[in-house]
Write a protein that binds this ligand. Structure first.
Ligand SMILES: NC(=O)c1ccc[n+]([C@@H]2O[C@H](COP(=O)([O-])OP(=O)(O)OC[C@H]3O[C@@H](n4cnc5c(N)ncnc54)[C@H](OP(=O)(O)O)[C@@H]3O)[C@@H](O)[C@H]2O)c1
Length: 224
């Protein structure tokens, strides 16, 4: 039987490449996006889920739909994320609120009710960023984005503690990837979405230690 992976933010960027990769490796993929339609997945092992993490009723509807259609999930990959203040020197209230709404609040309240559906020995992988690592931060830009990823990392730690010996939980840094998340990325990103997806896939399929923060580009643990 195919293992079931739920990937948020599967419409483009890293999430899209990861959905393709996981499908090609025999997973049943539930791919979430805001409009619920993702081009290029004609497989009968792909299910398109409508999910807006900034909207409570959309999150609740997605939960109902998942519980109605699936009796378990093997892997949850919280990939959806935004960075409207990336590379800006100071935070502004609008982008700060949006960033936390999606990267933190939406991700936490989407995840919590799904935990009971995740199989014993299942996995939760939160797509974080090196930019949220407190111990190595020497910069002053991208306040909301950095803080949101530090908060997401704390969620990883809390879940790893709570779900010890049941479900493995990790944060990952996907690398500096050529996506449209920020202007700089397409030009200067070091790796393609396909390369990042391949490395994320490899990590997900290892018997990783729960509660780690893993850099898939450098293939090493990151400090929190
Ligand atoms: N690119 C990098 O170098 C890099 C580095 C470190 C970490 N990351 C992290 O990697 C993850 C993926 O980033 P990416 O570069 O692939 O970004 P991206 O190309 O901009 O894709 C973002 C994804 O998030 C989804 N999303 C945005 N707002 C949403 C909402 N309100 N509700 C649900 N989904 C929403 C988008 O779906 P829609 O199509 O519905 O908008 C899209 O699929 C993010 O968490 C990001 O912080 C990226």
């Amino acid at each position: 039987m195919n293992k079931v992976v739920l990937i948020t933010g599967a419409s483009r960027g890293i999430g899209y490449a990861l959905a393709k990769k996981m499908l090609s490796k025999g997973f049943y993929v539930i791919g979430a996006s805001r409009n619920g339609k993702i081009e290029g997945f004609e497989n009968d092992t792909f299910y398109s889920l409508k999910l807006d993490l900034s909207n409570t009723s959309s999150i609740e509807k997605a939960h109902d739909e998942i519980k109605e259609k699936f009796n378990h999930i093997d892997v949850l990959i919280n990939n959806a994320g935004i960075g409207p203040d990336l590379d800006t020197p100071r935070p502004d209230l609008k982008s700060f609120r949006e960033t936390f709404e999606i990267n933190v609040t939406g991700t936490v309240f989407f995840t919590e009710p799904l935990i009971d559906l995740i199989s014993e020995n299942g996995k939760i992988v939160n797509v974080s960023s090196k930019m949220g690592a407190l111990d190595i931060c020497e910069r002053t830009d991208s306040v909301a984005y950095r803080m949101s990823k530090s908060a997401l990392n704390m969620f990883t730690k809390i879940l790893a503690n709570r779900l010890k010996n049941k479900i493995k939980v990790a944060s990952i840094h996907p690398g500096w990837v050529k996506t449209t998340i920020a202007k700089d990325n397409i030009v200067n990103g070091r790796i393609t979405t396909e390369e990042s997806a391949k490395r994320i896939f490899n990590f997900v399929n290892t018997n990783f230690t729960s509660g780690v923060f893993w850099d898939v580009e450098a293939q090493t643990n990151l400090p929190w």
